[in-house]
Design a binder for this molecule. Structure first.
Ligand SMILES: Cc1ncc(COP(=O)(O)O)c(C=O)c1O
Length: 390
């Protein structure tokens, strides 16, 4: 039998992601004084290690909240009512970024990208050329809802070529950072946002933002209303090794330990592992006979999307994978609900987790009457070899 029954749950949604035992261990710790020296030391190490993964010498700020809070913080701290910005939505999360800005009275122009595709530098260039006085560009690095990653260097290059001063670059890197090589300073990103529950192997609760010196200049003139998310208040608190408000202490213990594990693996090794596992996931799904949703060449290294075969009820497929095999897959979101399935592979993940997930998909599809080509033995080894060669 190609598939052995697993009695644990294989959580393969694209966040929250599974947490390694070393990290789970520290989450049962007693509370500590969040304004004391022990917390200060933890915060110091977390910030140092985050700077290493953000590849920045500039500020990294922490806020208790989810990634959406981080997106909101980026907007309210840098913009003013009526500011004109260009958003480039390519799925649910790009839409959300645009909606947050709209909710605050920002003049949001849109460059629509078909779901499943990446933004193209030439269309971005054209959209910017047709806009006057663009204050900021809102980009999504990795669109988790479609499994597509943008070529950030190519897109940013276009923005930076604009007559000085180029617009501010606000980048949603919630499901990319920690897994993907995104050198913030080298690329010239002004605010880069992520969340603890994604590639960071920690539970939800903390959003982390890299903030450039140019973003601080914008911040000094920004007039959108805000209080909780104020960058200056948090920076002042962090300079005293504290948080402005009561932090998510348990998530902070976890993030501290997880970052130590990531540093022990090594930044480049972490990035390489994500690339390799994403390639393996694609190889396995294709070998099974599924068709991938993301355009070739734009596939995400942290989440893979595949079309649900014709005639199969996508929701029933996910239910079967969970109930029968303990594999929890991501559904499509919004207009893609029931039409695609998504496999998350960020953070604590290795190839056997993917074998387990793909086997559950194969078995579930077979039991629902779909034609599949279950992969095992030498064909699985071939997928592994192909992925390593990619
Ligand atoms: C790319 C992206 N942006 C933003 C978010 C929103 O983050 P949260 O759900 O933590 O609010 C997510 C969450 O999945 C995401 O993947």
């Amino acid at each position: 039998m190609p598939f052995t029954m697993h009695h644990h749950t294989n959580l393969r949604i694209p966040g929250p992601t599974p947490i390694p035992p070393e990290v789970l261990d520290v989450m049962s710790r007693q509370m500590i004084n969040h304004r004391g020296s022990e917390y200060g030391a933890i915060q110091h190490e977390v910030l140092e290690n985050l700077r290493h993964f953000f590849q920045t010498e500039q500020d990294v700020l922490l806020f208790t909240g989810s990634g959406t809070g981080g997106l909101e913080a980026a907007i309210v701290n840098t913009l003013s009512p009526g500011d004109r910005v260009l958003s480039v939505p390519m799925g649910v999360f790009g839409e959300r970024f645009a909606r947050i800005a709209t909710a605050y009275g920002v003049d949001v122009r849109r460059l629509e990208v078909p779901w499943g595709s990446a933004a193209q530098p030439d269309t971005l260039e054209q959209a910017l050329a047709e806009m006057h006085d663009c204050r900021a560009v809102l980009l999504t690095c990795n669109e988790t809802s479609t499994g597509v990653m943008n070529d950030m260097a190519a897109l940013i290059e276009v923005v930076r070529r604009l007559a000085p001063p180029p617009p501010l670059l606000l980048v949603d890197a919630v499901s990319a950072l920690g897994a993907v090589d995104l050198p913030m300073d080298q690329l010239g990103i002004d605010v880069m946002i992520t969340g603890s529950q994604k590639a960071w192997m920690a539970p939800p609760g903390i959003t982390m933002l890299g903030v450039s010196s140019r973003a601080w200049e914008y911040h000094s003139r920004a007039r959108l209303p805000h209080f909780y998310w104020d960058f200056t208040t948090q920076r002042n608190a962090q300079s005293k090794h504290m948080d402005a408000w009561t932090p998510a202490v348990t998530t902070m213990f976890a993030l501290h330990r997880a970052l130590a594990l990531m540093c022990a693996e090594g930044r480049d090794n972490t990035f390489a592992r994500h690339k390799r596992i994403a390639a393996y996931t694609r190889q396995r799904l294709r070998a099974t006979g599924l068709s991938l949703f993301a355009d070739p060449g734009s596939e995400s290294p942290t989440v893979t999307s595949a079309r649900v075969p014709e005639g199969i009820d996508g929701k029933a497929l996910l239910r079967q994978a969970m109930d029968q095999y303990g594999v929890v897959l991501g559904d499509g979101q919004d207009k893609l609900a029931g039409r695609i399935l998504r496999i998350g592979h960020m953070g604590w993940v290795t190839e056997p987790d993917i074998d387990d997930a793909v086997a559950a998909i194969e078995q579930s599809l077979a039991s629902m009457g779909a034609t599949v080509r279950p992969v095992s033995g030498t064909r699985a080894e071939q997928c592994l070899a192909n992925a390593r060669a990619e």
